[in-house]
Design a protein around this ligand. Structure first.
Ligand SMILES: Cc1cc2nc3c(=O)[nH]c(=O)nc-3n(C[C@H](O)[C@H](O)[C@H](O)COP(=O)(O)OP(=O)(O)OC[C@H]3O[C@@H](n4cnc5c(N)ncnc54)[C@H](O)[C@@H]3O)c2cc1C
Length: 573
């Protein structure tokens, strides 16, 4: 007599990140379960995040996105052989019957319908790209850049030499990654963004404007505060008409965001959350305890504010999948929440963010204090050292870190990740200084850039450092009432200067003590240098001599997001 319990039926809808991660995790915890994964598309478990790099030519083809590190193709046969999962591709889940505990499915190749019984069901239906129905949107060569086939088709056009002009709509994560991809092919790229600046969802203006300046210098045209009106062409797109002009376009990428794919859940009567997401508890269970959901389709909790949020990221989808798999196997693992941590590359520039932006922090009711600091990412004398700029946002009352943004040609991701850890554990700016980070000249400075940012913020709170943001300073630059004090060496000043420079007084730091009489003690003075470290020293010297209104330009010339006068290019500092 066989006393083995009946194997459980586990059904997973969606076969990419959250879906297959949860299925594989269940298999590790329950060797006997009957696990079926239902996927509408014909390919599975691909790394969507790698798609822009297929277009760029870094990766030979979309096949690499579906391969294991050992070179096996992750297809239905692979999942059957290695994990004993039954993966049904080209199969759509049509509806969920929660009373009978079945999922009605349709094989898309034959049209045949059947019911799959489940004991536990996982909804991992992901997200769908937003498609704005502009006139002409059905013309050829307009892509959402959402599925590997989009990447494959764009790459084919590029290889055939059919693309001279690419227009990207939306300057978010995908839009910027695609700008890099096209730029690598020598294609002229325009990005049309209706908001005031790039990365409107995750950078504040001073960081975003600095990125726009960099992109412009590289020949990428950023067109903010501009709205698309229609596409024109015959069969295929030829131009994009906006409220400000007509842009030639051989290919268009519509990267205007995604929405959660939650129709199945909604029709099954499951509770929905913000922005049409599926509501889940911390164990990733929906309002029906036998149905779990994870990935882009679900609601998350922001770890800083505690508010509900729609955050569609592969990092999160994979974590959800793991937790769902564990919990189906009886563990009680909680998903702690999200910070919206992102890193993205634009050519040589690294960009990242975690936690709240200044705008979000204000909206959430915090009394905030911010700073922007620029510095070398490792010992400045190492030939490979590069600058990075960090914007740090903290709660003025509790000193808790609320968010960080960073950009520069140096190592950004490490600082973002360290600060994501600080945010996860509710750390303060004082805690950032206390972390015992590693140091060796090829890797870091004796005091890490994030700790420098935290120290600067402490100095700001105590009144020792009086910073002024580039955006505020720009307003003053044109006015004769404010003295801009450039304390760089004459050689440095020859290469690049703030524009217009008529209100700028040039006194190298080493001469400041002897030439102080050139400045008025009651004047409003904005001191700066390349990164504003010497600017801060100038503030200390002048205040020590009774000057009453000295501020420091945060980030210095290196992070100045506006036009500069470039005299001659040479490496300084
Ligand atoms: C170009 C690009 C770059 C990105 N870069 C990054 C990055 O650098 N870092 C990062 O963290 N994230 C990145 N992301 C986001 C990341 O790819 C997604 O967050 C992740 O793929 C979500 O995984 P998922 O399993 O929740 O959903 P999806 O990947 O959307 O998969 C859901 C699957 O469910 C299937 N499905 C839906 N409904 C049904 C149904 N009724 N029946 C059967 N099947 C169904 C769909 O066909 C789909 O295959 C990027 C995304 C894109 C598009």
């Amino acid at each position: 007599m066989d006393n083995q319990p009946m194997p459980r039926n586990i059904v997973v809808i969606g076969g990419v990140a959250a879906g297959l991660k949860s299925a594989a995790k269940v298999r590790r915890g329950d060797p006997h379960a009957r696990i079926t994964v239902v996927e509408r598309g014909e390919i599975l478990s691909y790394g969507s995040c790698g798609m822009p790099y297929v277009v760029a030519g870094d990766i030979p083809s979309i096949d690499q996105l579906m391969m294991t590190p050992a070179g096996s193709m992750r297809n239905a046969g692979f999942f059957k052989a290695t994990k004993n999962l039954d993966v049904l591709t080209r199969t759509e889940a049509l509806r969920i019957d929660r009373t009978l505990k079945t999922v009605r499915i349709r094989a898309l190749t034959t049209g045949e319908e059947s019911d799959l019984p489940y004991d536990k069901l996982v909804i991992a239906t992901g997200s769908t790209p937003v498609r704005i129905p502009f006139p002409g949107v059905d013309l050829g060569n307009i892509f959402p850049m959402w599925h590997p086939y989009d990447a494959r088709d764009i790459r084919t056009l590029l290889e055939a030499g059919q693309v001279k002009n690419a227009v990207i709509i939306g300057a978010g994560l995908v839009g910027i990654e695609m700008a890099e991809a096209f730029h690598r092919w020598g294609v002229h790229v325009s990005i049309v963004e209706m908001q005031d600046h790039v990365f409107p969802a995750f950078l504040d203006a001073e960081a975003a404007l600095a990125i726009e300046k960099y992109a412009g210098e590289k020949g990428i045209e950023i067109r903010t505060q501009e709205k698309v009106q229609r596409f024109e062409g015959e069969g295929v797109v030829k131009s994009v008409v906006t409220n400000k002009g007509t842009l030639p376009a051989d290919v268009v990428v519509m990267a205007v965001g995604v929405k959660p794919t939650s129709k199945l859940a909604q029709e099954a009567g499951l509770l929905l959350g913000v922005s049409g997401t599926i509501s889940v508890n911390e164990f990733m269970q929906t309002s029906d305890p036998d149905i779990y959901a994870g990935g882009d389709c679900v609601e998350n909790t922001h770890m800083v504010t505690g508010r509900k949020a729609f955050v569609a990221l592969g990092s999160i989808a994979n974590k959800h999948g793991r937790i769902i798999g564990e919990n189906i196997c009886g563990a009680n693992v909680k998903f702690r929440g999200v910070l919206g941590t992102v890193v993205v590359r634009l050519l040589d520039l690294n960009i990242g963010k975690t936690g709240l932006t200044e705008r979000e922090a204000k909206e959430a009711g915090y009394e905030i204090v911010t700073t922007l600091t620029t510095g070398h990412d490792r010992a400045h004398y190492m030939p490979e050292s590069k600058l990075i700029t960090i914007k740090l946002i903290a709660d003025a009352r509790t000193r808790k870190v609320l968010g960080i943004q960073a950009f520069g040609e140096g190592e950004v991701a490490k600082r973002i990740d360290v600060m994501a850890a600080v945010l996860t554990f509710g750390g303060t700016i004082d805690d950032v200084f206390d972390i015992d980070l590693s140091y060796s000249p090829p890797y870091n400075n004796a005091i890490d850039n994030a700790a420098v940012a935290a120290n600067t913020l402490m100095n700001k709170i105590s009144g020792r450092f009086k910073g002024i943001s580039a955006i505020e300073a720009k307003e003053k630059l044109a006015s004769p009432k404010t003295v801009f004090l450039d304390v760089r060496t004459p050689e440095e000043c020859k290469t690049v200067r703030l524009a217009p420079c008529r209100n700028v007084t040039y006194i190298p730091l080493g001469q400041l003590r002897s030439r102080m009489a050139e400045l008025g003690k009651e004047d409003e003075i904005v001191a700066f240098c390349k990164i504003s470290l010497r600017g801060y020293e100038a503030e200390c010297i002048l205040e020590g001599e009774g000057f009453t209104d000295v501020k420091v330009l945060e980030g210095g010339v290196a992070a100045w997001p506006f036009e500069c006068e470039t005299v001659e290019k040479e490496k300084t500092e």
